[in-house]
Design a protein around this ligand. Structure first.
Ligand code: NDP
Length: 478
């Protein structure tokens, strides 16, 4: 019982997390269902630090100092449940089991409740940054009890990425499933970011006829300004990459089908349940679905007419500048929508989530790390109760500078027949949320007609209904 912490699941994420812990001076117990993976870690990386490998789960648990901390990093779903059951049966009251995989937050809530019954702590921790992040410093979003964070927090903060100001990219998010919830929304925002970047690429490629490498140069340029972020940076790198086999730009030889593992869809489903409009994330998720070799896409190919106008772009530099502004505006809307979902989740599940802190711990380590996250933290510092991120004075000023360009981009795309689901849906959201009056009045009137769903009036208190099938007289409801 010497190890500070243990990791079970020695695939790429688990082994890298264990190595990160060891490199930071922690004594790390290791375990994997099949022994081979553990042996490989020791053979290849044993010199990273103090490892305590075990072949059986019993020995693994026995090698941990009390109160024990064991991180599970195995395939999400049933395998995670199986490992939790096994570990929990060997652990004592007060011990901590961490699931650092990508679990659905409702599973985490269920698992946390079950372990709480036994006096054990269950922590669902979101970990972002892929393999590289797990090894060199991820962004970590742990849920669970405050007590468990007292034991875990110092270790997680040590191995997490550090922002420019030195702050660790790890904070206690909230109780039970809060950490996995926030990680889920992080991934949803990531979907929107990736899609809108790809829409900007598509427009440069199709409307301006630029080749991948020239578009890569534009993204390199954008990465020096407000858009500076990991995703813009890797976009430039990918666009500059040449395929070794054909010598063609790499992006041109990749089949245009984007897969998904589910976190985007979870974000959208959860948003629907909570009644939060996350249109940018939803469109980005559906964009992947459309791309994915659907029968609809096959059936439409060469059949559906377009009637697009071949518009001339008089000033390509101006067009690129418009795309940059449109990208920034669409991104602000996607993030604002994502933060709305976190706020709604916190309200629904009674989590005390500091929204500004979430932007802080995404500044480094994770996939959506970006310069402008500081602006989000500042907005929530100015007003922790901000009910619409976009309404913060910094964001209203920034968006004002982008609006004409954003409209030109969406109008041009529509006229030309280029799909821009995130550019367009975020603009529609923006115009909806700021509209003095929405056509919802007519929708509600229709509902009253066929379903007697009633309505409220602009000029009087109360609830009303028109007797549509009789004399169309208005009645006031109790
Ligand atoms: P995988 O998701 O590929 O899972 C492989 C690991 O799970 C192996 O150690 C395997 O053991 C173990 N395993 C599978 N089934 C069982 C079972 N029934 N009982 C016990 N162990 C089992 O590994 P990754 O490292 O890619 O990911 C781990 C977790 O991290 C996942 O939840 C993933 O979603 C999440 N994640 C992954 C990221 C990534 O970039 N890959 C990024 C962020 C999170 P064995 O060797 O015996 O088969």
């Amino acid at each position: 019982d010497v190890a500070d912490i243990g990791v079970t699941g020695m695939a790429v994420m688990g082994s890298n997390l264990a190595r990160n812990l060891a490199r930071n001076g922690y004594k790390v117990a290791l375990h994997n269902r099949s022994v081979g993976k553990t042996e490989t870690v020791i053979a290849e990386h044993g010199s990273d630090g103090d490892f305590y490998p075990s072949e059986s789960m019993e020995d693994f648990v026995a090698s941990l100092q009390k109160p024990r901390v064991a991180i599970i990093m195995v395939k999400a779903g049933k395998p995670t449940d199986a490992v939790i059951d096994e570990l929990s049966s060997l652990m004592d009251e007060g011990d901590i089991i961490v699931d650092a995989g990508n679990a659905l937050f409702t599973d985490t809530r269920r698992r946390e409740a079950a372990l709480r019954e036994k006096g054990q702590h269950f922590v669902g921790a979101g970990v972002s940054g892929g393999e590289e992040g797990a090894l060199n410093g991820p962004s970590i979003m742990p849920g669970g009890t405050k007590a468990s964070y007292e034991r875990l927090g110092p270790m997680f903060e040590t191995i997490s990425a550090k922002a420019e100001d030195g702050a660790p990219c790890c904070v206690h998010v909230g109780s039970d499933g809060a950490g996995h919830f926030v990680k889920m929304v992080h991934n949803g925002i990531e979907y929107a970011d990736m899609q809108v970047i790809s829409e900007a690429y598509d427009m440069m490629s199709k409307a301006l006829g630029m080749d991948a490498s020239a578009i890569g140069d534009v993204f390199d340029e954008w990465n020096k300004g407000d858009l500076e972020s990991f995703l813009i940076e890797i976009t430039a790198t990918v666009l500059h990459h040449k395929d070794a086999t054909s010598g063609e730009p790499f992006v041109d030889v990749v089949l245009d089908q984007a897969a998904q593992k589910g976190t985007g869809a979870w974000t959208v489903k959860t948003a629907l349940d909570l009644g939060v409009p996350v249109t940018g994330i939803a469109e980005a998720t559906f964009a992947r679905s459309i791309s994915g070799g659907t029968p609809q896409r096959e059936a439409a190919r060469g059949v559906l007419p377009g009637e697009e106008q071949k518009l001339e772009i008089a000033d390509p530099a101006q067009f690129i500048d418009d795309l940059q502004k449109a990208l920034y505006a669409a991104k602000l809307v996607s993030y604002s929508q994502g933060f709305d979902e976190i706020a709604a989740g916190a309200e629904e599940f009674d989590w005390d989530i500091d929204l500004g802190d979430m932007a802080k711990i995404w500044r480094e380590g994770c996939i959506i790390r970006a310069r402008f996250l500081d602006r989000i933290t500042e907005a929530y510092t100015r007003n922790p109760k901000l009910s619409l991120l976009l309404s913060d004075e910094y964001f209203t000023t920034e968006i004002a500078k982008c609006i004409p360009a954003w409209r030109r981009v969406v109008a041009f795309a529509a006229a030309s027949g280029y799909p821009v689901p995130v550019f367009a849906s975020t603009l529609s959201y923006y115009d909806s949320v700021r509209a003095e009056r929405l056509p919802a009045a007519l929708v509600q009137a229709q509902r009253d007609y066929f379903g007697a769903h009633t309505y409220q009036r602009v000029d009087a208190e109360g609830t009303f209904h028109v007797e549509w099938s009789e004399d169309r007289r208005e009645t006031k409801q109790d």
